[in-house]
Write a protein that binds this ligand. Structure first.
Ligand SMILES: [Zn+2]
Length: 309
């Protein structure tokens, strides 16, 4: 861990596809202020301007040198220095970190939003003190981040933990090759286990159009087709997670994003994953996030406390 500045204040932003949320974090990781603005979709200069505006509001009551961390969809490629893999596609190919530093006239640290989520939950959240933590975001997309001994795992391509664009494993013949993904591939996990992925699966089988939340609510009311959709979704999510477990063997998996509110997942996933895990015993611990939606911004605020290699 690096040294903290004297004030102990940190700013964390989470740049999502629909909203940008910012927090001012004080000593003891207390949240002192929080602001939220809509993301200007498909408009890069307006996105930069919205971030600058939000930061100005957060900086009102904090020293000018307060450290700023930003959770982003996708990542900055260590090879090209350009943004890659964002499902907010208007950010891709841009020098997002440089453009922000120029606009803000101060250094910022950026990290993938699922990485920030995993970091937050591993430091003082649902997976506090766990050795290996896999943080998963299941929302409009499907991301992942890996924290080992309190540090983010980060590799030469900047994609550690990115499991959402691997194919659905142990696919059945009717699941192959799978839906077209925005990334150009077919059958990515994101097209099955994200909120829109689950909704699209429901539509394909029933002809009905509902959001994932609506499907979950219909299932609660006893709707058979909706219950079947949730069941297929849980089974696919279990296969995707089992694949990860066979590689990194995490102590804890923390679910985040909108679908982490589906309470049946925490009970069912360990059972559904079991047959696919290459181990004699020991079920996987799956936890709900402690900080919920705030974990992206909380993790971003902690980026300056990590010692970077
Ligand atoms: Zn994909």
């Amino acid at each position: 861990m690096g040294t903290s500045d004297q004030s102990g204040l940190r700013i964390g932003l989470d740049v999502g596809g629909s909203k940008i949320e910012g927090i001012l974090m004080g000593p003891g990781a207390t949240e002192l202020a929080r602001y939220r603005v809509a993301t200007p979709r498909n408009d890069y200069p307006a996105t930069i301007a919205a971030i600058v505006d939000l930061l100005a509001r957060l900086m009102q009551n904090s020293p000018a040198d307060t450290k700023i961390g930003i959770a982003i969809p996708g990542s900055i490629s260590p090879v090209t220095g350009l943004m890659q893999n964002a499902n907010s596609t208007w950010l891709n190919g841009r020098q997002f970190d440089r453009d922000l530093e120029v606009a803000l006239a101060t250094p910022v640290r950026l990290a993938n939003d699922a990485n920030c989520f995993a970091l937050s939950e591993a430091i003082d959240g649902a997976a506090e003190n766990a050795h290996i933590v896999f943080g998963v975001i299941l929302g409009t997309g499907c991301g992942g981040g890996l924290v080992v001994n309190g540090s983010l795992l980060d590799g030469p391509r900047g994609i550690s933990g990115e499991w959402g664009h691997n194919p659905l494993p142990w696919a059945t013949s009717d699941e192959y090759p799978g839906p077209q993904c925005w990334c150009g591939r077919k059958g990515c996990l994101e097209t099955w286990v994200s909120g829109p992925g689950m909704a699209a699966d429901h539509t394909r089988l029933t002809g009905e159009t509902h959001t994932a939340v609506e499907v979950a609510n219909r299932a609660k009311s006893g709707n058979g087709a909706a219950i079947a959709t949730l069941s297929r979704h849980a089974d696919r999510l279990a296969r995707g997670l089992a694949h990860v477990v066979n590689i990194i063997d995490p102590d804890v998996i923390v679910l985040g994003g909108g679908l982490s509110g589906l309470s049946h997942l925490y009970e069912r996933l360990p059972w559904l994953m079991g047959p696919h895990i290459f181990a004699d015993c020991g079920s996987v611990v799956i936890k709900a996030p402690k900080w919920g939606d705030a974990s992206g911004a909380r993790g971003a605020a902690r980026l300056w406390d990590l010692s970077l290699s």
